[in-house]
Write a protein that binds this ligand. Structure first.
Ligand SMILES: [Zn+2]
Length: 321
């Protein structure tokens, strides 16, 4: 049973591809820019990457797991929407991959795959009721309830970033307004930082002041906050307040055991984690939060590829039963 490997792919603006053993250990991982010319070229490159990884594997590959940064109809395995990437909705990626490699293939949303990774091999190992939240360019989420990853009726469950948080009703990429993502995603953390320019008295002394004229990134803000920059910390404290509020709503609804936070925004470390915890404490019904810990993920940026590979592993195990 252990003399096979699984391929996990995490497709976003860049493509991570890894061969993973049955315990979730990465044997080899590559990262390459995703082909952005059009959907056909994107899928062709993806299939070639999978074939190349397979041909270089030291053991037979048993199945492929593909995580994509968009909406996947889980029943039909059809990728419906990939925001920020070329349209692939007219291509049956699942069918083409199966044809290309003659192996079982499973496709899911990237946040679901990262959730699966943290649940099967990471911070949420052996727990039954958890949420994973990804904080990056977008905000995604995945839920495990009663020991089962939740897909909802079509596979779109877990859109944590599109929960409504009130405040200024800004337009969101989902077509609605007032979503958490319009406040707490990486680009919106940058937007709020720029809006505070010259308003916050701490600004002139901030490490971010010289960067404001040029390109300012969320990584810059996170890094400044880690160094104790007061201005950057004010922005992230506000971010933490909205995140804690949204987490409290989910914990109140579902009585979770664990909230796992991942993605590049969490590079702010203990400072941000503690601030989110304080905010959740403020908004959550006490007995529910007493049952629930809030932690950062154990697998970092590898959660998606490991989760996708473990989904593939579990598909093969289910086929043998
Ligand atoms: Zn939205």
């Amino acid at each position: 049973m252990d003399n096979v490997l699984y391929i996990g792919v995490d497709l976003g603006r860049s493509t991570r591809i890894a061969m993973v053993d049955t315990s979730g250990n990465i044997i080899r991982q590559d990262r390459t820019p995703t082909e952005l010319i059009n959907g056909r070229a994107l899928v062709d490159k993806l299939i070639n990457l999978v074939k190349e990884m397979r041909s270089s594997a030291p053991l037979p590959i048993a199945a492929i797991g593909l995580a994509v940064s968009g909406l996947v109809d889980y029943q039909s395995q059809q990728v419906k929407v990939l925001p920020n990437l070329p349209d692939v909705s007219f291509i049956n990626i699942h069918h083409e991959l199966v044809q290309a490699v003659s192996l079982p293939v499973i496709i899911d949303n990237d946040a679901n795959a990262a959730t699966y990774g943290e649940w099967r091999c990471g911070a949420a190992l052996n727990l039954n009721n958890i949420i994973y939240i990804y904080l990056g360019t977008g905000i995604g989420g995945g839920l495990v309830l009663n020991g089962q990853l939740q897909h909802g009726s079509r596979g779109f469950a877990g859109e944590f970033g599109h929960m409504k948080v009130g405040g200024e009703p800004l337009d969101c990429s989902c077509g609605s307004q007032g979503c958490l993502e319009t406040i707490a995603s990486g680009p919106n953390i940058v937007r709020r930082t720029r809006e505070q320019l010259f308003i916050d008295p701490c600004f002139t002394e901030s490490l971010l002041a010289p960067k404001m004229k040029n390109r300012l990134t969320c990584e810059d803000i996170v890094e400044a906050a880690c160094k104790g920059d007061k201005f950057a910390r004010t922005i992230l404290l506000e971010t933490a307040d909205y995140l804690g509020l949204t987490i409290a709503n989910v914990v109140n609804l579902l009585n979770l055991e664990l909230v796992v936070l991942g993605g590049p925004v969490m590079a702010a470390g203990e400072f941000l984690l503690n601030a989110i915890g304080e905010s959740a404490t403020k908004y959550c019904f006490d007995p529910l939060l007493a049952d629930c810990k809030i932690v950062t993920g154990g697998l970092g940026n590898d959660a998606g590829v490991i989760g996708a590979a473990m989904m593939a592993y579990d598909v093969v195990m289910a086929m043998r039963q």
